[in-house]
Design a protein around this ligand. Structure first.
Ligand SMILES: COC(=O)C(/C=C/C1=C(C)CCCC1(C)C)=C/O[C@H]1C=C(C)C(=O)O1
Ligand SMILES: O=C(O)CCC(=O)C(=O)O
Ligand SMILES: [Fe+2]
Length: 363
């Protein structure tokens, strides 16, 4: 993935939201205030009791493939992928300590003084480091969020200068966490392949040395959550995304289902998984990436740790032959190189599912 020509990008002044609320807790600067039709209201999950994203129990998927529990859970997984594009996994086997340790250092990172965090700046037009990503002009609205993002794997996508020396155990904890999340993604891709009647190793064989990146999103409380957006609506460009919501987190993530923003209720010890654009293309639209956004609240900060898992940049992406039928299910996406899609994705602002127009065959 070639770097963007950053010198020509003018982003104007980007206020750091944590600093803003320290100095003026009741003020929301104009650049954060959304047009009326773009505002994110906090919908109580109580009004959505009938409408929760599915929960998949991974301990059932460890059973023999002939076991009823296994077959039932695979069916649940395939329905989750087809109808929702989002699900939570429980009993995923990642030790609580690993999850707690990454949360601890992420929290400590965001709590450091701004001068310390500024040692790892996200330069305009780039997606790694501390700051706000996907800002390309001076008049673009800003999200009520501070981000810290790092490429993790393969080593060639890392920028070692952006890996912080403080908090002391940051890098160690991130390495440990990323190894576990990588194993989880490989496992999930196997189950997803099975759910599609494909050979278990189909995705992994195709992906090569998969790309893995992490983004930590910190949403401070906001005095007017009704006017701002925590994170703009988007779909993820990855194959799979794994999202960890901090302990005791309020609802903040919302997904667009049947034209309604549905909140994702944080479950203890669960991880939220979503289908990214790449799986949508590979499955010829059977499993779709789903638009989602984050909203803020007045009382409490929210921290999420998000892993993007995707094929190697060299890999050619196109709908898999097994899922295309010229007569009944014609090919809906063109072929392209994943590196080119990554470049396209990171050079445009987050705007719903617009990024995928890159691949769609328009009739
Ligand atoms: C909202 O999405 C992202 O922030 C994002 C960025 C990922 C990346 C990094 C933080 C550093 C290394 C490069 C990479 C683009 C992977 C989403 O990642 C998705 C988007 C694409 C495309 C992808 O492969 O993962
Ligand atoms: O923080 C959240 O709830 C959503 C994060 C997200 O969608 C992302 O980082 O891509
Ligand atoms: Fe996302």
């Amino acid at each position: 993935m070639a770097p963007l020509p950053i010198s020509s990008i003018r982003v104007g002044k980007i206020d750091d939201v944590q600093e803003l609320i320290k100095s003026k807790p009741n003020t929301v600067p104009e650049r954060f205030i959304r047009e009326a039709n773009e505002r994110g209201v906090l919908v109580s999950h109580k009004t959505h009791l009938h409408h929760h994203i599915p929960v998949v129990d991974l301990s059932k998927l460890s059973k023999p493939h002939t076991d009823d529990d296994f077959l039932f859970e695979i069916l649940k997984l395939s329905q989750a992928c087809e109808d929702w594009g989002f699900f939570q996994v429980i009993n995923h086997g990642i030790e609580v300590g690993v999850v707690e340790d990454i949360e601890k250092v992420a929290k400590e990172f965001f709590e450091m003084p701004l001068e310390e965090k500024k040692k790892y700046p996200m330069e305009p037009g780039t997606v790694q480091g501390y700051g706000q990503a996907f800002i390309f002009s001076e008049d673009q609205k800003l999200d009520w969020c501070n981000m810290f993002a790092l490429g993790v794997h393969p080593p060639s996508i890392r920028n070692p200068k952006l890996w912080p020396s403080k908090p002391a155990r940051f890098s160690e904890n991130l390495e440990g966490y990323s190894k576990e999340i990588r194993k989880l993604c490989k496992r999930l891709l196997k189950y997803i392949a099975i759910s599609l009647d494909l050979k278990e190793e189909r995705f992994e064989e195709m992906f090569g040395e998969a790309v893995q990146a992490v983004r930590m999103n910190y949403y401070p409380p906001c005095s007017r959550p009704d006017l701002v957006m925590g994170l703009s609506p988007h779909s993820d460009g990855s194959a799979l995304t794994v999202l960890q919501q901090s302990k005791n987190s309020r609802v903040g993530l919302q997904i667009l289902k049947d034209n309604t923003w549905v909140p994702v209720l944080p479950l203890p010890n669960a991880l939220v998984i979503n289908i990214g654009d790449t799986i949508e293309v590979l499955t010829n639209g059977k499993y779709k990436s789903v638009e989602h956004r984050a909203v803020t609240n007045r009382e409490r900060e929210r921290l999420t740790i998000v892993t993007f898992y995707a094929p190697n940049y060299e890999v050619k992406i196109e709908p898999m032959g097994e899922l295309v039928d010229d007569e009944t299910n014609p090919c809906k996406y063109r072929s392209y190189n994943h590196g080119d899609y990554s470049y396209h994705y990171v050079s445009n602002k987050l705007q719903g599912k617009k990024s995928l127009d890159f691949a769609k065959i328009l009739n």
